[in-house]
Design a protein around this ligand. Sequence first.
Ligand SMILES: NC(=O)c1ccc[n+]([C@@H]2O[C@H](COP(=O)([O-])OP(=O)(O)OC[C@H]3O[C@@H](n4cnc5c(N)ncnc54)[C@H](OP(=O)(O)O)[C@@H]3O)[C@@H](O)[C@H]2O)c1
Length: 315
Amino acid sequence: MAKQTIVVFGATGKQGGSVVKTILADPKTAAKYHVKAVTRDTTKESAQKLKELGAEVVSADLNAPETLAPVLEGAYGVFSVTNFLEKMDAAPEITQGKAVADAAKAAGVQHLVWSSLLNVTKLTNGKLTNVHHFDSKAQVEEYIREIGVPATFFLAGYFMSNLPGMSISEQTGWTLNLPTSKNAPIPLFDAEDDTGKFVKGIFENREKLLGQRVLGATAYYTPTQLIEELKEVYPKTSASAAYNELPGDVYKGILGSFGLPESFQQEMLENHQLFDVAGYFGGEKLDASHSIVDEPLTTWKEYIGKSPVFTAVKN
Ligand SMILES: NC(=O)c1ccc[n+]([C@@H]2O[C@H](COP(=O)([O-])OP(=O)(O)OC[C@H]3O[C@@H](n4cnc5c(N)ncnc54)[C@H](OP(=O)(O)O)[C@@H]3O)[C@@H](O)[C@H]2O)c1
């Protein structure tokens, strides 16, 4: 039987790259699917690596809708993610997402997997109105439902890679600093290794998951738990590690010191307040999402065991 084509946007990035790698590393899905990895620059090293894994690397630009139809021609499935951070603006992200949805519909795609997030303005009844990169993705989800593309919505959890570096490092004395309460449930997610495990499960369970949301996270961790586990993995280095709940203005000041604009500082502050106010996934459990995953998900202990921020330091 001829292979079905799955087109992956963001293939040179964390989420899309994981989708390409996971589908091609599993003999069952590698035999079933032909993977087209999309990038704006097919010559870059990360794109060439995808070719070595067996993907067909193709060029398209989400800002140029006319480039989407050729890569989607004959496609069975699509994974699409947009990069809010590139412009730090919701409007272009919504335009890009809608362009993919329109192109998928026109091409007769049978399964679109959209990397979505919840509408925080609605979820918090207008308490947090500045988490634009969530609201924008939710608006695209709404549009996809409206125009009737067969789709499943993958909601990426809080990336583990957000933490080592700006929030916790040797410079912070291994104290974790976030504007979040010590018992806030954070759905942690290893985007680079685990996005593909969820998305492979989505493609393999199309009938069951059309119109559904899948929550991408290993587990809910509290900041207190993150520190306890850090101490278990690095007992010497992190002996004095602690959790420090940052006041909002202090957190914003730190982001400002990295040159980030005030609007984005506020956005990220509210993003972290979401854990306490309504829950990143609105309080939903992860069990149903885990039931479609057939490979182990990365734990926080495993992640910090491999993260260079930690492993570079002698313990
Ligand atoms: N950090 C978190 O905790 C978190 C949690 C949930 C969701 N998210 C969301 O994750 C998204 C980013 O995903 P990621 O981390 O996987 O991305 P990433 O690693 O930063 O990579 C971005 C990808 O997007 C592609 N891309 C960007 N602009 C493009 C365009 N105009 N046309 C075609 N491709 C384009 C890039 O491809 P080329 O450069 O090769 O063209 C690259 O593959 C953001 O929107 C963010 O809101 C983040």
